[in-house]
Design a protein around this ligand. Sequence first.
Ligand SMILES: Cc1ncc(C[n+]2csc(CCO)c2C)c(N)n1
Length: 237
Amino acid sequence: MSLSQDILFDAQPYLIANEKHPFVQGIISGQLTSGQLRYYDEQDIAFEYNEVAVINALINYSTSTEQALLFQKRQDMQLTMLRDWLKREPESMPHDWETLKQTPIQPINQVYRQHMAATIQTHSVLQILPSFAAGEWMYVELGKFMAKQTRVQKEPFQSFLSMSGDAFLGPNGYIQQFFNIIDHEAESATAREQEQAKQTFLKSCLLEWYFWDAAYKEITWDNWKAVALEGKGGPMI
Ligand SMILES: Cc1ncc(C[n+]2csc(CCO)c2C)c(N)n1
């Protein structure tokens, strides 16, 4: 079995857990508050900016020019997507760069971002790529799951997680190409390095679940502080 097959087998329970999460279910039924949606949006833009740094590292530590070109293409898409995202709905959510810089990074987002950024220091595509590819894989799989659901037809729910991006799908899509790279790099890696890569992928899958959870509960550093210092709101967090 290839490393990517091994990883995907172990990742299935995480996918099911993500599908069941009340935030994901809330997208299907259209039952999320504007506060929950806003929290997700703000934290996710900040998260995607962090991915720019991770993709840069992938370009930097590529082991072939073909790899570097693939990551560069993905980077181009990331920046284009972020530019367009920042332009949208300016009245309800002022997402310009200046206000975004002031958006506080909330606890789970910080844990996830640092989990990804920590792999950069390995200088190894085999270690960096799974931290990033897991989130992409999860969204693509959740997109397939959503396509099978009877979901509400109103925005913003209707387009949420409807991954229409063909760039990610199929044998030439990013997801398959990322797994091909993981398998190629695994050929020259030790068993321990392969295990580390797998655990990194699974941890990202787990943090995907916590990312939904943080948005569902709108968890902030202020919540954490209130719980720690004043004993407030315990069971939710
Ligand atoms: C928590 C979280 N995890 C992963 C992604 C990454 N992601 C999912 S879909 C996509 C590209 C098309 O929108 C990207 C970059 C994210 N945004 N938020």
